[in-house]
Write a protein that binds this ligand. Structure first.
Ligand SMILES: [Zn+2]
Length: 88
């Protein structure tokens, strides 16, 4: 079982968190014309990296805040966690 250090609450069991996806995906700018293909890419296409990955998790059974987690997808080692609004 993983233990994730919530930047707000401290070290907690993975059971308290919900995975939220890739934290590197950037939403297209508001009011900017984009093609259907660009929108499809934003909504549906995700990489499945092997190794270091930046992810969004929500501390659903704790403070309910979204956080960023830098995790190795092979070993599940967690290197660092950040508040959702922190630049990495
Ligand atoms: Zn928390």
């Amino acid at each position: 079982m993983l233990h994730i250090k919530c930047p707000h609450c401290g070290l907690r069991s993975q059971n308290e968190f919900t995975y939220g996806g890739d934290a590197t995906v950037k939403r297209p700018e508001l009011n900017k014309e984009i093609s259907d293909q660009e929108w499809d890419n934003f909504v549906y296409l995700r990489k499945s990296p092997r190794g270091n990955h930046l992810e969004l998790w929500q501390h659903i059974s704790g403070c309910r805040q979204w956080i960023k987690v830098e995790r190795d997808t092979l070993t599940h080692e967690i290197f660092k966690t950040f508040k959702a609004n922190e630049e990495v």
